[in-house]
Design a protein around this ligand. Structure first.
Ligand SMILES: [Fe+2]
Ligand SMILES: [Fe+2]
Length: 256
């Protein structure tokens, strides 16, 4: 089937409910302007945009709810001059670690629930996480960023978290999804603020990637809620514990 041209805009649960925006209809973006954050940062440095990302038409990609396909981007090497390397290193390293961990969580969930009624839903979200990880693998090469040394640990911890939550049942798996995706969405929003404070024009392509992924993580969060995550026994305790783990993982992966 032919794919519609142009970037896709998809709708969160909130939008579908409040704006009656059906799957694939494409309306306004979900993201509202982010609140300003006090900034003690120096003024952005002048310089040409370092990014040479190319957006390629990579064919249709299935999305939850049957929305319009997204374009995948390929990334070429980015000149290092003029970018705030410590900030960009930290952003790409932690995002790569997060997407790697998310892949392992969904792998663990699929190992337990792959043949259940929620298997296709989890697989669909996992497929998007694979795309996210692929993109950050490309960005690590383009920006010459090393991965966190904690990847072997996140490999095991992610799978154990995914499989463990799935052993609680379908709702338990979805509660884990809600907790993790909410944390990741907030984390991406913080990075968007940081890059806008740095230089939105210089980091335009990176911002575009992070905004797109933030929207998709939010969609995973909404899918978890749609599948009765909140009906899990001790939901708030489970969610708080998982989100504390996410914060620790983010803190460590930014730094080592
Ligand atoms: Fe992701
Ligand atoms: Fe996600």
């Amino acid at each position: 089937m032919a794919a519609a041209a142009g970037p896709a805009v998809r709708c969160s649960l909130w939008q579908r409910r409040s704006l009656r925006c059906g799957p694939g209809t494409g309306s306004a973006p979900r993201s509202a302007p982010l609140p300003a954050r006090p900034s003690g940062r120096p003024a952005p440095r002048a310089g040409a945009c370092p990014s040479r990302h190319r957006c390629l038409s990579a064919g249709p990609r299935p999305v939850p709810g049957g929305g319009a396909p997204l374009r995948l981007c390929s990334t070429q090497a980015v000149p290092q001059a003029g970018i705030n390397k410590p900030v960009i290193d930290r952003i790409i390293r932690v995002d790569h670690a997060g997407e790697f961990g998310a892949n392992r969580i969904y792998a663990g969930q699929m190992a337990v629930l792959g043949r259940s009624s929620v298997g296709p839903v989890i697989q669909q979200m996992w497929n998007q996480e694979k795309d996210h990880l692929k993109k950050f693998n490309e960005l690590m090469v383009a920006y010459r960023v090393r991965p966190t040394v904690l990847l072997p640990f996140w490999n095991v911890a992610g799978f154990v978290l995914g499989a463990g939550s799935a052993l609680l049942g379908k709702k338990g798996a979805m509660a884990c999804t809600v907790a993790v995706e909410e944390s990741i969405s907030e984390h991406y929003n913080n990075q968007i603020r940081t890059l806008i404070e740095e230089d939105p024009e210089k980091y335009k392509e990176l911002l575009q990637v992070i905004k797109q992924f933030r929207d998709e993580e939010q969609e995973h969060h909404d899918i978890g809620l749609e599948h009765d995550a909140e009906a899990t026994p001790a939901y708030s305790v489970l969610k708080t514990a998982i989100q504390l783990g996410c914060k620790a993982a983010i803190f460590l992966s930014e730094r080592i």
